[in-house]
Design a binder for this molecule. Structure first.
Ligand code: F6R
Length: 612
């Protein structure tokens, strides 16, 4: 999704902006641009469709653009095709204002018609250009940059993170935010705006997150922030303790592979501090045992892979808590008139903490009285800030578009919620609880074991990367796991794939199985192993080529029927998907590698989906 970076300081801005944009590439984009306040007066804008390298070559790594104040943007097209002219920054007709924008201006058509009627000429098809043109229109009336910004913000509707330059006020950037992430960076005599901390972490670790309605004015003297009522706001600063190297590849060919291999460490960070004396201790959660007992309805709300974490969680939480748990896609939940009262708990799951649908679902649930407990990776993100309670996953920055370590850590945190709530409710069997805690303790180590045995997966992938369609089948926890395996495969390899509950095969899907169809049969859940086997036999009988995943305990049994078997170490039932997901991630990775796909930045996808 679109990326924003802005710089005010004493160094030449353009190379810093390009570097910042390069760190946002992972979010997905189709064009890029920068604008710099030129020392000779005026604003210099350079932008181009395609990779950032195209822009960088055009301006010789930024050397060609003089000036120490500027803004940069990577665009992910929504309104108007990817093209040079639709790229940001947008310059107003008179050249006085340059604007970068993330989000969507919902009433842009009406504003555009109004401005055209006033004689303004538009260049692009974007909604964002109206901001630049409207700024100039109001500025021509009031001759005050900040006042013009205020008038624009009162006129536009929708979501925005904005960075704005004015040729008449060459010492500053003005930034504004509503429903789209934007943070401020505090360096030594230099200041930044960014949509994502990775863009500026090389320069500063001191950041503050802008809130909806706030306006920030950045000059070399510092950053002044005002709220919507023009009252000064004292921003709370956060120290980012990620290493810069965490956002670099560190010798791996792709971020995705690096992040797959980081999972044991990420799980240690997510789990260890929350296990004390054999008990799950969620010190970072505010909910009391009494509040937990008072919940009569529980929802899990998320998108994509985070939703798949919820699908696994439903099985585990219902078993541990003996309460029904409804798992909802955030994009559906927000418009579903959900039945919520003040005895409702909504568990929101999001890696980025900025997914617009998830955020909207959270707000809907909160407005109806629900208690919001979120599981989030990005500290200080919008979802984290608007939740009543947050459990961070501490997975570190996830750069590859396809999530891996965020999925694993979200799942571990959700499992720990299940155990802690089960204990508070008195619904979890104590021997099962102890075994689960032991399993959680061993999980990182067992994952290392799975990763050490990845050669078989690579070999199988190199023999089966040419399929047009791949099915994942499984029951119960294995079905939920299959949903994630299938999504991972399709998003990075572009192979059509579906996940089915094995019991459903006979009700329609089995008609798709023919000679040579590849079926990934998931049979890790021991209690239903025999049923999984009979589904394997069924698809084999129709000519399917089967890759099976099971546990070490069942490997020999599975090998009697299937030549290609992968296995994971034995563990308690609830943790099987936590181990099982790793071979599936690796399978997708190696298939995509064989097919020459752009693994870290798959086509049409963005890391953080901040539009509806
Ligand atoms: C798939 C993937 C997406 C995200 C989804 C939600 O690999 O990464 O499906 O899981 O866009 O994103 P977050 O978790 O940031 O809300």
């Amino acid at each position: 999704m679109c990326g924003i970076v802005g710089f005010v300081g004493k160094q030449q801005a353009a190379p810093i902006l390009l570097d910042g944009l390069s760190r946002l590439e992972y979010r997905g984009y189709d064009s890029a641009g920068v604008a710099v306040v030129s020392p000779d007066g005026g604003i210099d804008v350079q932008k181009s469709k395609g990779r950032l390298q195209v822009l960088s070559d055009l301006i010789h790594g930024g050397e060609d653009m003089k000036g120490c104040i500027g803004i940069g943007h990577t665009r992910w097209a929504t309104h108007g095709a990817p093209s040079d002219v639709n790229s940001h920054p947008h310059l107003s007709e008179g050249g006085k204002f340059a604007v970068i924008h993330n989000g969507i201006i919902e009433n842009y058509v009406e504003i555009k018609e109004f401005l055209i009627h006033q004689g303004v000429h538009f260049r692009s098809e974007t909604d964002s250009e109206v901001v630049a043109q409207l700024l100039e229109f109001y500025y021509n009336e009031c001759h005050d940059f900040l006042e013009a910004v205020g008038r624009v913000l009162r006129r536009i509707e929708g979501a925005y993170a904005l960075g704005m330059l004015c040729a008449d006020c060459p010492d500053r950037i003005i930034a504004a935010r509503k429903d789209a992430p934007l943070l401020l960076g505090y360096g030594d005599g230099e200041y930044f705006i960014a949509s994502d901390v990775t863009a500026i972490i090389k320069h500063t670790r001191e950041v503050a997150y802008m809130e909806d309605g706030e306006i920030a004015i950045l000059t070399t003297d510092g950053i002044v922030v005002e709220d919507a009522l023009q009252q000064p706001v004292e921003k709370q600063r956060h120290h980012i303790d990620w290493e810069v190297s965490a956002a670099e590849k560190g010798g791996y060919p792709h971020f995705m592979l690096k992040e797959i291999f980081e999972q044991p460490e990420a799980l240690r960070r997510a789990i260890s501090p929350r296990l004390k004396d054999g008990r799950v201790t969620l010190d970072d959660m505010k909910l009391s045992a009494e509040q937990i007992r008072n919940f009569s309805r529980i929802f899990i709300v998320a998108c994509g892979s985070s939703y798949h974490v919820g699908m696994v969680g439903k099985y585990n939480l219902e078993h541990l808590m003996r309460r029904s748990v409804e798992v909802c896609l955030a994009s559906e939940f927000r418009y579903s008139d959900p039945i919520i009262d003040d005895h409702t708990l909504v568990i929101v799951i999001s890696q980025s903490g900025e997914t617009l649908d998830t955020m909207a679902a959270l707000r809907e649930a909160k407005a109806r009285g629900a208690y919001i407990l979120s599981i989030v990776n990005v500290v200080g993100s919008s979802i984290a800030r608007e939740s009543d309670d947050v459990l961070y996953t501490w997975a570190g920055p996830e750069i590859a578009v396809a999530t891996t370590k965020a999925y694993s850590t979200q799942l571990a945190v959700l499992d720990m919620i299940g155990l802690a709530f089960g204990e508070a409710l008195g619904t979890v069997d104590s021997a099962e609880y102890d075994a689960a805690v032991e399993g959680l303790q061993k999980l990182p180590e067992q994952l290392e074991e799975v990763l050490a045995n990845c050669a078989d997966i690579q070999k199988f992938a190199s023999e089966h990367f040419n399929h047009n369609s791949i099915f994942f089948i499984g029951r119960n926890l294995d079905y939920a796991l299959g949903l994630e395996g299938s999504l991972k495969l399709k998003e990075i390899s572009y192979i059509h794939s579906e996940a089915y509950a094995s019991g459903e095969l006979k009700h329609g899907t089995i008609s798709l199985i023919e000679d040579g169809t590849l079926v990934v049969a998931l049979g890790t859940y021991g209690r239903l192993f025999d049923k999984a086997m009979s589904n394997v036999v069924e698809v084999k009988a129709r000519g399917a080529d089967v890759l099976a995943l099971t546990t070490d305990a069942h490997r020999a049994e599975m090998e009697k029927t299937v030549p290609n078997v992968l296995s994971i170490p034995n563990t308690v039932d609830m943790l099987l998907p936590s181990l099982g997901v790793v071979p599936l991630q690796l399978f997708s990775y190696y298939v995509a590698l064989q097919r020459g796909c752009d693994i870290d930045k798959p086509r049409n996808l963005a890391k953080s989906v901040t539009v509806e």
